[in-house]
Design a protein around this ligand. Structure first.
Ligand code: HDD
Length: 709
């Protein structure tokens, strides 16, 4: 029998459908600022919306004013509870194109050859409130909704492949420890405080995730330059009914890149929306962010282990050198949301949104998540009908028997919302495999007794952090040492610091010693021998490869009174290389007839991936020498101190610096000598070519000396 749910639908080209099957275009027009006249919510045209109805010009406001009451009441209820975690986020619509390479392991239609599926992806920080800064040290959420023709698939992952805890029952505990202290509600969006380090040093399963957080992964340069991970092991089923265990990976086309800690802190102050802006700007400019979705195919076995690694333990990875990540499709983010609240805020993900061919495993973290996400929306989105919000509507036809409740938008027809029935034609029918039904895979549950325990393999908390540490290059290790030194330096309780040092001793003695030195404490000996059972995994390092430079921002600094016609060619060449030129001058207006984008009063080095200096602008009256002194930079004779600061910061952050013409003298006066990553020429063209080459590696890594992390 054919199920009505699958008539005439394919995976691609789908439109959102309401529970009654109505497309959004059938709905009343909800977009504002479009019609000719302003109306009430009931459609009555308004004569005035600026004055309340009063008893006389100077008299009291009348309760009778129904427009006033509607306007104020609606405003009073505009806010909804922010997410308990991942409150701050940015999102984009996109499209997922399947390569078909996963068809041997899954029957999911959206992973078959040529399938094209609309998507919505939301990136987030975990700890901060909705208004917190983007560039804090934190894990980033990476959640994608695939609106497949067989039902929505939500891949709700992070940019770090392991999680803090092994059993979801501890989630409230780790979040209570990491969120601001309950008395003063500080610090905001930070892990650098006592309760966080108290928790992770007591629950040592968290050490692996924490080490990733302290590495450069905790401060991404851009959402577009992050990996994503499904973290848990999932189970797939193919058309022949065979099962496979898999782990999901997102690989960014632009590579994985990070800020330096000083940059991250500066950006938090000068542009708290840095990542949000970067994502929206890139999409708007046509530099569409892309990721390849890959899977590690791990075979299914009774123990659910791979090379001795417990696949049900979400604090463990499977190194790519042991199981290659196989590309199965490509995600391209193509469209910014039109309304932040309606889309980015109201989108609701749920790891239990699974299409036929993909199922969960018994990972105890995932199992608890299956309850939590459904539940949290009841408070956050005000009732059980949040799936009817436009952004959450499946694109597959829905024919459920859920009825009524707050926020019900569907006008369900029929008299018998139960099955079987004899009054509504007995419909709807249930589907079998042939009609693409979702199947709970018939996996054998090992005979056991009820208990509150984990398998003994979950007790290994150190072999993988040690592997991660040993996989980092020296410069990445130095950044990590600096991060621990900062975070533990913010802890007031010496017992907490000492306990965390005992954890570091089991990861690596040098790491422990260097952090202890920074804290002025004694480094403890490891309580157990170091666990070297896993070889380093070079894939875990961010360095050593070259990547496309699309969307990188190049600050072009000129003297507007001395700029020539070549400037237009230079800006065009930057854009032709898929990067964004930003024209910077001491003052606004134009330079060589081109609009100045940023002035010395608004621009700061951290906005740019590289700079090119092409002139020596005369210091203006509003130049602030104190800025120069604050950064401890030597006073530079004859150049604007804000420009000197910009050049010196770029130098400190190991960014490529280019100079042509009179700009060569400027960078020299700012204290920048000929050295790797400093490109000089008489003409801007060759400078740009070399800068572009250097940007492929993201930074001039040689510039980070052992002393300067
Ligand atoms: Fe979670 C949101 C990722 C464990 C409970 N989580 C949330 C979001 C992401 C993750 C990306 C934001 C989704 C969005 O943009 O709307 N969470 C993870 C990952 C985990 C994880 C990768 C482990 C592998 N989460 C986890 C556990 C629990 C939760 C164990 C509860 C027991 N998560 C929630 C939540 C949130 C949430 C409180 C807040 C808002 C929401 O769900 O919709 O229910």
């Amino acid at each position: 029998m054919t199920d009505q749910q699958h008539q005439g639908r394919s995976t691609d080209g789908l439109e959102p459908r309401t529970p009654t099957g109505a497309a959004p275009s059938d709905e009343p027009e909800s977009a504002a600022q479009q019609g000719q006249f302003l109306t009430t919510s009931q459609g009555a045209r308004l004569r005035d919306t600026d004055h309340s109805l009063k008893a006389g010009r100077r008299g009291p406001v009348l309760l009778q004013d129904h427009h006033l009451r509607e306007k104020i009441t609606h405003f009073d209820h505009e806010r909804i509870p922010e997410r308990a975690v991942h409150a701050r986020g940015a999102a984009a619509h996109g499209v997922f194109e399947s390569y078909g390479t996963a068809s041997s392991v899954t029957r999911a239609a959206f992973l078959q050859h040529g399938a094209v599926t609309p998507t919505f992806t939301r990136f987030s920080t975990v700890l901060g409130s909705r208004g917190s800064a983007d560039t804090v040290r934190d894990t980033r959420g990476f959640a994608t909704k695939f609106y497949t023709g067989e039902g929505t698939f939500d891949l709700v992952g992070n940019n770090i492949p392991v999680f803090f805890i092994q059993d979801g029952i501890k989630f409230p505990d780790v979040i209570h420890a990491a969120k601001p202290h309950p008395d003063r509600e500080i610090p905001q969006a930070q892990s650098a405080h006592d309760t966080f380090w108290d928790f992770v040093s007591l629950h040592t399963e968290a050490q692996h995730h924490t080490l990733w957080n302290m590495s450069d992964r905790g401060i991404p340069r851009s959402f577009r330059m992050m990996e994503g991970f499904g973290i848990h092991t999932f189970r797939m089923e193919n058309a022949q009914g065979e099962h496979t265990l898999v782990k999901f990976h997102w690989k960014p086309a632009l590579g994985v890149h990070s800020l330096t800690w000083e940059e991250a802190q500066m950006v938090s102050g000068m542009d708290p929306d840095f990542h949000r802006r970067d994502l929206a700007d890139a999409i708007e400019s046509g530099a569409f962010p892309q990721w390849e979705l890959g899977i590690q195919v791990l075979g299914d076995n009774e123990n659910q282990t791979f090379e001795g690694i417990d696949l049900l333990d979400p604090t463990k990875i499977v190194p790519e050198e042991l199981a290659a990540v196989q590309a199965v499709g490509r995600l391209t983010l193509t469209r910014n949301p039109e309304n932040y609240f309606a889309e980015t805020e109201q989108v609701a993900f749920h790891p239990g949104n699974l299409p036929p061919g993909i199922d969960v495993t018994d990972d105890p973290l995932l199992q608890v998540r299956l309850f939590s996400y459904q539940d949290t929306q009841l408070t956050r989105l005000g009732g059980p009908n949040w799936n009817q919000l436009p952004i959450n509507r499946p694109h597959a036809p829905v024919n459920d028997m859920l009825r009524d409740g707050y926020g019900e938008q569907a006008d369900h027809s029929g008299t018998a919302p139960y099955r079987p029935n004899s009054l509504d034609g007995g419909c709807p029918f249930t589907a079998g495999d042939a009609e693409h039904a979702f199947t709970d895979l018939p996996v054998r549950v090992p005979e056991s007794v009820k208990n509150r325990e984990l398998a003994s393999s979950f007790e290994d908390h150190y072999s993988q952090p040690r592997m991660f540490w040993r996989s980092l290059t020296p410069v990445e290790q130095r950044h990590t040492i600096a991060a621990y030194s900062f975070e533990l330096g913010k802890c007031r309780e010496s017992a907490v610091r000492r306990r965390q040092l005992t954890c570091l001793a089991r990861i690596d003695p040098t790491l422990c010693q260097r952090v202890a030195d920074a804290l002025g404490m004694e480094a403890p000996e490891p309580a157990e021998p170091l666990d070297d059972r896993l070889d380093p995994s070079p894939a875990l390092s961010q360095l050593g490869r070259s990547w496309p430079v699309d969307g990188r921002r190049i600050g072009v600094i000129v003297d507007p009174d001395d700029a020539d016609d070549g400037l237009a060619d230079l800006l065009e060449a930057v854009a032709d290389a898929s990067m964004t030129p930003v024209l910077v001058a001491p003052r606004g207006g134009t330079a060589a007839g081109l609009p100045v984008d940023e002035t010395f009063a608004t621009a700061r080095s951290v906005e740019f991936d590289a700079i090119m200096v092409g002139g020596n602008p005369v210091p203006t009256e509003d130049a602030t020498p104190s800025l120069d002194q604050k950064a401890g930079a030597p006073a530079a004779a004859g150049i604007d101190p804000r420009l000197a600061l910009m050049i010196q910061e770029c130098w400190r952050h190991a960014k490529a610096i280019g100079a042509w013409g009179r700009g060569r003298q400027v960078i020299a006066e700012a204290g920048v000598q000929a050295s790797p990553g400093v490109v000089e020429d008489d003409r801007p063209g060759p400078v740009l070519d070399e800068l572009t080459e250097l940007l492929g590696a993201h930074r001039v890594w040689q510039r980070f000396t052992p002393e300067r992390a």
